[in-house]
Ligand binder design. Structure first.
Ligand code: BES
Ligand code: ZN
Length: 652
């Protein structure tokens, strides 16, 4: 049968499903009429519907509306085991529900009265996993007894040695984009929102936290696990996309930052983390002043061990953060503004499928910059915009100015969009809209957009229709000026793109000119610069430099010893590109000390590009570092080393 989410089963089913829960907003729009817009020069790609090619679910027939997990963290076996009880909303006549499962060991499926339900596990797709099809026999609540596999891609189990405290093990999950099916048997598609609850039993000495209301902060006795185990309960009463269900277990302390915010971290990390996050309440207030109320109750964060493969992950009520954002001077806290902004763009209004990922990340990158401007002023915001613009240009240079991969709306799988496009071109699009209609009108529109579509999935086509209905409002001159369809569906950069201020990096650019003319590295007023200016300087240095000049740079600017991960990364990239041997120890330390893919992958890529010099280093370091990396990072580096890095640039 054709998997046509929300469509195939007809109006009756869509109606029935839609009536049962606000989470079921049927996505039935057709492509917008392109004809009315100025005819685009390049061919445009239409979005036919919101079918999710990354999920086996057939939500028009039967969809999961609520998930209740009861799981035991078995640290020795590196498994979560227990039950997932799913509330299913079925269309009239629907006989089965199709779930996503990857590597799960299913013991049994029953209804809520304990009667066995027949189920089949279909063919395993290497990316998507297998469809788990359960015959409902009239049941509306099903109980799946299962356990996750030790290698589940969403879960990283850390030994005590891999943590900051070295005494207790640690576990964290990462759901985006399609990994949660390796520990939760549900419909793993961002358009299928689900409320959820959980009870997680963990060994004594560990605390469990999840991306939901934390009902038992200190835990409670449990019948599961051995003596001393404690259970933690959680509840998310707002419908969320299932990739946002997240869990962390470890030796965690908590520190309040404000009335509705705080930070969890290992005791050894908590002080530094809390200092870096002092502006959190102000960020929440700024975000609310821009685009409406924060609707999730608390905004807490957890700083994870350094193997966390991303900078941050916007898990509702509990952002997950890499410790590499801790620079000591809050200069990398744009990351927090970013994850916080996702509480609107992403968690409230959510890309219906991963092809529309720019609706999450492009909106959020724009919103992040507005928060930074509100807190720290237009100069810092302009510098960060200029860095983002450079990232976009780098993506165009790498992919080709008019390559298909430069479209905002993606055509590939969940990891196919280059971040320079999805994040940075996406943000430039919104900034272009802002400048075209004026900030006041734009902000009013965006605020109403979040209100009107709160807790609903969004597609590129529906966003454009919404823009036309509520911002353009039939103004033909404006419609022609905006080039909306071109921005979303065509490759390349439309001519009306809002450019960053030329003067944002005047000082750093002057210093580059001096250095390139043979000036001493020490002549650059590096010490007085912002982190953004330093990054600009390092990234604008010529990619080929003699060893003597690199030595001079390292000595004058203290690059190999930098405690700022972004600066260290920029320096190490340059060093690798020049086969600069003296930086290899610092490179090796960095690759062993953290596993953030955004840093790790390009460095290995750089090494692999350096033939006889770099490849042996890459292999040697990877052999040592790989056991500590998360699967997300390890797998993409392994592909590089095997020479299979084609395509799938992936986000970060
Ligand atoms: N949602 C993303 C992380 C993500 C993207 C996970 C794609 C899995 C697949 C998160 O909000 C993000 O964008 N993180 C960035 C932060 C940065 C842009 C400030 C990161 O991890 O570097
Ligand atoms: Zn993001």
């Amino acid at each position: 049968m054709k998997r046509d989410a929300f469509r195939g089963a007809g109006t009756a089913a869509a109606l029935a499903l839609g009536l049962l829960s606000a989470a079921c907003a049927p996505v039935t729009e057709r492509a917008p009429p392109l004809a009315r817009a100025a005819a685009p020069a390049a061919p445009v790609l239409l979005t036919p519907d919101a079918r999710d090619a990354s999920s086996h679910a057939r939500p028009a027939e039967a969809r999961v509306a609520h998930v209740a997990l009861d799981l035991l963290a078995d640290v020795a076996a590196q498994r979560l085991s227990g039950t997932a009880t799913l509330d299913v909303v079925a269309a009239p006549g629907a006989r089965e529900v199709v779930l996503d499962a990857k590597g799960l060991e299913i013991a049994r499926v029953t209804d809520d009265r304990g009667r066995d339900l027949p189920y089949t596990e279909g063919d395993v797709d290497p990316n998507l996993g297998a469809p788990l099809t359960v015959t409902l026999n009239g049941a509306r609540r099903i109980v799946v007894a299962y356990r996750s596999a030790p290698g589940a891609a969403a879960l990283q189990w850390l030994t005590p040695e891999q943590t900051a405290g070295k005494k207790q093990p640690f576990l964290f999950s990462q759901g985006q984009a399609i990994l949660n099916r390796t520990w939760i048997p549900t419909q793993d598609s961002p358009g299928i929102r689900q409320t959820w609850e959980a009870r997680i039993s963990v060994p004594a000495g560990l605390r469990a936290v999840m991306s939901a209301e934390r009902l038992t902060p200190e835990g409670e006795p449990t019948d599961r696990g051995g003596a001393g185990h404690r259970a933690y309960r959680f509840r998310m009463d707002k419908p969320v996309a299932p990739y946002l269900i997240a869990l962390a277990v470890g030796d965690l302390d908590f520190r309040a930052l404000g009335p509705r915010s705080g930070v969890y971290a290992e005791p050894a990390t908590l002080d530094r983390a809390a200092r870096e996050l002092v502006d959190t309440e102000k960020m929440i207030a700024a975000a609310e002043a821009l685009y409406g109320p924060y609707r999730w109750g608390r905004y807490d964060m957890i700083v994870l061990p350094p193997s966390f493969p991303y900078g941050g992950m916007e898990n509702p009520t509990l952002t997950f953060l890499t410790p590499t954002f801790i620079a000591g001077d809050r200069s990398l806290n744009g990351l927090v503004a970013h994850e916080l902004a996702h509480s609107w763009s992403g968690n409230l209004v959510t890309n219906a499928t991963w092809a529309d990922g720019w609706l999450n990340e492009g909106f959020t990158s724009y919103f992040e910059n507005r928060i930074m401007e509100a807190l720290y002023g237009p100069a810092r915001a302009a510098q960060e915009q200029a860095l983002s613009w450079a990232d976009m240009e780098a993506a165009f240079a790498e992919l080709g100015q008019d390559a298909p991969g430069t479209r905002l709306r993606g055509t590939g799988g969940p990891d196919d969009g280059a971040s320079g496009i999805v994040y940075d071109k996406g943000a430039v699009f919104l900034r272009t809209l802002e400048r075209s209609v004026g900030r006041e009108r734009w902000d009013a529109y965006l605020r109403s957009y979040f209100d009107r579509h709160a807790f609903r999935p969004m597609t590129s086509a529906r966003f454009l229709a919404d823009l036309r209905a509520n911002l353009v409002r039939g103004d033909r001159v404006l419609e022609e000026r905006l080039l909306l369809d071109r921005w979303v569906y065509a490759p390349g950069l439309p001519a009306n793109a809002a450019r960053p201020e030329r003067t944002a990096f005047a000082a750093a650019d002057r210093a580059i000119t001096v250095f390139n003319a043979g000036g001493a590295a020490a002549a650059a007023p590096y010490a007085g610069w912002t982190t953004a200016e330093r990054l600009r300087f390092l990234n604008a240095l010529p990619s080929e430099l003699p060893a003597a000049r690199l030595t001079e740079l390292d000595r004058a600017l203290g690059l190999s010893a930098s405690g700022n991960a972004e600066l260290l990364f920029a320096w190490l990239r340059l060093a690798v590109a020049n086969r600069y041997e003296p930086a290899v120890p610092a490179l090796e330390r960095f690759l062993l000390a953290q596993g953030r893919r955004k840093f790790v992958r390009p460095l290995f890529e750089g090494l692999m590009a350096q033939g006889d010099w770099g490849r042996p280093i890459a292999r040697r370091v990877f052999a040592r570092a790989a056991p500590g990396y998360h699967a997300v990072t390890r797998d993409s580096v392994a592909k590089l080393l095997a020479g299979r890095a084609i395509g799938g640039r992936g986000i970060n």
